[in-house]
Design a binder for this molecule. Structure first.
Ligand code: NDP
Length: 781
């Protein structure tokens, strides 16, 4: 080859990495692996093969975890939990630090093993996966160290069941294990069936680090093993990463069990290119966005949305780049595209693309190895937003493309998905790019970048991409609970009388409050509200599904509340407090009429609570994260969306205010079902809301039976979150019904809360009312 040819083709030879050490490690174990339970290897009754997807060769036999194996692992984790959680943060930090050091020491072995088992290019496992794994353990060693001082009210959850996928096997393990251990939890982790090897090498590292037995347990196996973990009564929390379909099943399976749950699910992330973007950078970004790890990335930029005027030029550049990608042996350091994880996944990708008849399909004209699971980088242009491939996660190296004209249209197309994991925006106009960031419905936005990750920055989605964050301070919430043990909550019933003595000859049927207007119940039914002494206090409407639907529709029309400033929201909350202050006596009387107890303290507490949320409205700040990047990773607290809430029954006014307050402060319209036995304080609140400049639809109140309203609230597809503090036991019903659109749920699990104290306000409520969006903005020439 001449020098000129070398310059023209920029071609280079192969640079194979040796697999010898990894093979020797497999041989040392006779290529048969058991589980890691209670600090020792435990052989399984049955085995399955794990193969190298690049050549189909078997690497080892892996144990198929049974329910008994899961039981043993949970017992070991439970036994270890007491001593581990009681260790000082510093002692736990030392273990995490030791794990980080050992991961660093064995980094090449981990990288090669990962590539052999998963098929990803060694360049990626060596330079991205394994360094991020180490970073995660270092970062969380720090969190263990700081826990006592910085999170004094936080306690570990207990035993965590962790189920991870095959696309980033060791990295997903690190994302789950490191924060769990840092906060004093113990774990039972199941790696994906296709990719268990690095988890088993990690088990060896745990033993080398002298980690106490049972703190980390690894049970290998298939989906049935995962389901056994999910269903195990000895587990306190499930952390899952994988498909939305399985995530939904897990939501249903854990409903009402009291298990904490975080789900990191699928995505169909938009990659938006404006006409003023640096097109060459945007093309290079796409190589990372959709061909990194063969597109088997939950946050892959798999939907290209490009401005119409430059679309043809951009596609042409992209096709040229595609023709220069190199596919081949994943252990070759000079390849870009490795193997798809398994023939099953290869078939899924192939079938999805073959079945598509929309647009134009372009496969990169590059040679693929003769054997193994390889799929060419693919671009499909001319798709409509409704096209199947624009909507469904392919989880392969396939980019679906469409065009837009204006920024507003780009936002509309980008958000036209049931997912909401990540988005990339490319424009040299930073004002435009930053204006897009809050408008995109996703957990992460990368500006002129893609696939940036770090332990200090939260990662996770909205909508059907799941809930919860991994990384950063926000990620620790998923592994802690308040230290105080809550008391059980008994059901509170109202009073009744066979023949209540009428209070007033006038009709006193309290109306519902929907879209800023008083509304009669659609059912036409109402029920009497009676004092403890049998006096009729009035009637209240029996809200139905139709009333709730109307209320949600009204709330949806008020979504622009999210765009108001914190200052304005504070003013309105203060105004509500002021108007409530003017009616203290009337509200106190109403409360004592209904409950038989003095209502003065509750009204005072309600006014104070409104002041608290008025104060918070412009103070619940985000953060600039300490990521190792020339640039910013901003954690922004965004409103969670539309909230449906069942108010506590015991404090009729304070309960309503305690939920309306944080919802409004953070920019969320709310549909509230007030105290079921004592609804009249909340219905009296309309008059206060009406005189306090609360825009129509921002607060909607539907009275009625919590048990009847809960399923409709929880299953309503327009609502983004549902909260329940009802004394009726509805936690299970609500959690199960949220599986439809995977909305966030916050339920009391039958536990009481002292609403009169600071337990009834503050950060827990603000966190439930917000989502953390991480916006990455690299800078430099
Ligand atoms: P799954 O969601 O099935 O697998 C993720 C993990 O869950 C694996 O460990 C799996 O075990 C386990 N699992 C499977 N079924 C259950 C169950 N009922 N209860 C508990 N755990 C279970 O994803 P797949 O690996 O099957 O991939 C299917 C599709 O999911 C892909 O094509 C892709 O679209 C998407 N996916 C998304 C990921 C993401 O990060 N968002 C990651 C991986 C896949 P096992 O491996 O043994 O099946």
């Amino acid at each position: 080859m001449t020098v000129q040819e070398i310059f023209e083709t920029m071609d280079y030879g192969t640079a194979p990495e040796s697999a010898a050490e990894a093979m020797a490690w497999l041989d040392k174990h006779d290529r048969v692996f058991g589980h890691f339970i209670g600090g020792v290897a435990v052989s399984g009754a049955a085995q399955f093969a794990t193969k190298n997807p690049a050549n189909g060769q078997e690497l080892a036999q892996i144990a198929q975890g049974s329910a008994a194996d899961v039981d043993a692992a949970v017992a070991a984790a439970r036994k270890a939990f007491g001593p581990w959680s009681k260790l000082s943060g510093h002692k736990r930090a030392r273990y995490l630090y030791a794990l980080a050091r050992l991961l660093q020491k064995h980094s090449r072995l981990f990288a090669v093993l990962e590539t052999l088992d998963n098929g990803k290019p060694i360049r990626e496992s060596r330079d991205i996966d394994i360094p991020l794994v180490q970073r995660h353990f270092y970062y969380h060693a720090g969190m263990a160290q700081l826990m006592e001082a910085e999170l004094p009210d936080a306690a570990p959850l207990g035993v965590c069941g962790q189920i991870i996928p095959w696309n980033f096997p060791l990295l997903m393990l690190a994302w789950k294990v490191a924060p769990a251990l840092a906060m004093g939890n113990t774990v039972v982790l199941k790696p994906a069936e296709y990719t268990s090897l690095t988890a088993l090498l990690f088990a060896q590292i745990c033993a080398e680090a002298g980690l106490p037995e049972g703190v980390v347990n690894i049970v290998t196996g298939d989906g049935a093993t995962g389901a056994a973990i999910v269903d195990h009564p000895g587990i306190d929390k499930i952390a899952f990463t994988g498909s939305t379909e399985v995530g939904r099943k897990i939501r249903e399976a854990t409903a009402g069990s009291g298990k904490a749950l975080t789900l990191e699910l699928g995505g169909k992330s938009p990659y938006i290119v404006f006409e003023d973007a640096d097109l060459d950078s945007a093309v290079e970004g796409l190589v990372d966005a959709i061909w990194f790890n063969q597109g088997q990335v939950c946050c892959a930029g798999s939907r290209l949305i490009v401005q119409e005027g430059i679309a043809d030029a951009f596609y042409a550049k992209l096709k040229t780049r595609m023709a220069n990608l190199r596919a081949g042996d994943p252990l070759d350091k000079s390849i870009d595209i490795g193997a798809i994880v398994d023939p099953v996944q290869l078939k899924t990708i192939t079938d999805m693309v073959d079945a598509n008849t929309d647009g134009e399909t372009h496969h990169a004209p590059i040679p693929l190895p003769d054997q193994g699971c390889f799929y060419p980088p693919t671009l499909i242009t001319g798709l409509s937003t409704a096209s199947h491939l624009m909507q469904e996660e392919i989880f392969g190296p396939v980019l679906a493309a469409t065009t837009f004209r204006t920024p507003a249209e780009a936002v509309q197309i980008a958000n036209q998905t049931r997912y909401g994991l990540a988005a990339s925006v490319w424009s040299e106009n930073i004002n435009l790019a930053l204006d897009m960031a809050p408008k995109l419905v996703s957990g992460i936005v990368w500006v002129n970048a893609t696939n940036l990750f770090d332990a200090a920055a939260g990662f996770g989605g909205v909508r059907e991409s799941g809930f919860g964050r991994e990384g950063g301070w926000e990620g620790l919430r998923a592994y802690t609970k308040p230290k105080a043990t809550p008391k059980p909550l008994a059901q509170i019933t109202g009073y009744s009388a066979d023949a209540p003595s009428p209070a007033d000859p006038l009709d006193r049927t309290a109306k519902m409050y929907v879209g800023g207007k008083q509304a009669r119940p659609d059912s036409g039914y109402s029920r009497p509200v009676v004092s403890p002494k049998g006096k009729l206090l009035g009637h209240v409407g029996q809200g139905s599904r139709k009333d709730l639907r109307n209320a949600v529709e009204a709330a949806a029309k008020a979504r622009s509340w999210a765009k108001t400033t914190g200052h304005l929201r504070a003013q309105i909350l203060y105004y509500i407090a002021e108007n409530l202050s003017a009616r203290v006596d009337a509200f106190a009387k109403r409360l004592s009429d209904m409950t038989g107890k003095s209502g003065v303290a509750e009204v005072d507490a309600s006014i104070s609570r409104l002041f608290s949320y008025a104060a918070w409205a412009d103070k619940y700040d985000g953060a600039a994260k300490g990521v190792p990047l020339r640039g910013l990773a901003l954690a922004i607290n965004e409103p969670v969306g539309l909230i449906g809430a069942l108010a506590p029954d015991d404090v009729p006014l304070l309960g309503a205010v305690s939920l309306i307050g944080p919802a409004l402060a953070m920019g969320n319209p709310i549909v509230l079902a007030p105290s079921e036995p004592f609804p009249l304080a909340a219905t009296d609140l309309y008059q206060v809301l009406e005189t306090s400049d609360v825009p129509a639809g921002v607060v909607n109140i539907v009275t009625g039976s919590h048990a009847e309203l809960a399923p409709t609230l929880a299953s309503h597809l327009e609502l983004d979150a549902v909260w329940s503090f009802s004394s009726t036991d509805l936690s299970g019903v609500i959690e199960a019904q949220t599986a439809g659109n995977l909305k966030r749920s916050w339920v009391n699990n039958g536990k009481a809360r002292d609403w009169m104290s600071t337990d009834g306000e503050g950060r827990a409520f603000l966190q439930a009312a917000t989502e953390v969006k991480t916006v990455w903005v690299p800078y430099g020439e």
